[in-house]
Design a protein around this ligand. Sequence first.
Ligand code: AMP
Ligand code: GLY
Length: 421
Amino acid sequence: MKILVLGSGAREHAIVLALADEGAGHEVFAAPGNAGIARDATIVDVDMLDGAAMSSFANENGIGLVVVGPEAPLVAGVADELRERGIPVFGPGKAAAQLEGSKGFAKRIMDEANVPTGRAARAASADEVAAALDEFGAPYVVKADGLAAGKGVIVTDDRAAAIAHAEEYLPGGPVLIEEFLSGPEVSLFFLSDGDTVRALSPAQDFKRALDGDEGPNTGGMGAYSPLPWLADRFGDEAAFVDEVTNTIALPVIRQLDTEGTPFIGLLYAGLIITDDGVKVIEFNARFGDPETQIVLPRLTTPLSQLLLDAANGTLEDQPAPSFSDEVAVTVVLASEGYPESPVKGREITGLAEAEAVEGVHVAHAATAERDGRLIATGGRVLNVVARGADIAQARARAYEAISRITLEGGQFRTDIAAKVA
Ligand code: AMP
Ligand code: GLY
């Protein structure tokens, strides 16, 4: 099958690699891609935010499936346009993508569907912010309402810092003040065809920039899967997945369907396991980054079949996806200054040496090739992905591999999955 993947990050590289690993001879295209994706797919020079141009390309080239990676084209309505032209597409339309694009919309859907989540208040002025902060108390959680690439959120004990963060976003509209939820975080992905869902394997992401969960929130600095500690709390992983499917994913998918905005694509449930049960902290309308980089290498069911069944409304025909018992750990290499002001344009070397470590491959995020050299073009530059028999082995491989890569000023966390190894 000819498959077109939209996006340019390590998540999209992971999707491209998973499609290639099926060994089914798919012809994979990517727009805009990056230097790593260019090695594994044919790069297409069409603006991924231009639904009309993308539809024409897909029709003219016999594309059998379009997979939308990032949120921007979803929120821009690219999936709607492709679908209207009869092209199978994995990714929700603009209306359902509001689940990620608007935190206010997500809260309303959760209320209607009776989905467990923290209390929240919208605040449109400095006075409303102060009142909401005092109502919920410390630690304070303040969120911008639109897309902010994981950076619009602050969690702090410092009331002045919470107010300053709110004031930064208030000119753009109301901010959300939330009750702080305490407990371990889990990212759980659901493939959805608008009606039926199929869960992938749980993962955990490390969102803060620095070791020990210090520093600012980022898009994600590392991840691992599966989560051995889920079994202690829920008996086994399947019991946890069933609970989240029944109390969170299905009610949300049904609510969206009832409202005439079916969700076809990837429902990303960002969860906190509190003493009071599993609660939602956020939804995303696409695969998580970097979680995808460690979930897909463990998937043993062909990815293309799952995505196509979701796109075509036939997910019911698919059994639950299966996963290898191997564990996977990823560590993100980021540019100096990430997330505030990443330095761009520096050379990266040592990738072949890193990939020579057993069980390791590198998923590219912000890379480009210039004059035969590999250059970092953004904040999160690449993901070292390591598989192993257990977390200790996968971690050791990931850190050995990343130590072989050189990027001036490059930074990574040294404690990804350390507590569970
Ligand atoms: P979000 O963009 O909503 O996922 O928030 C980014 C990160 O901030 C989450 O992954 C959590 O680590 C943290 N966070 C967000 N909301 C809350 C909350 N209500 N309670 C505790 N931590 C939160
Ligand atoms: N890893 C967090 C996200 O994809 O939003």
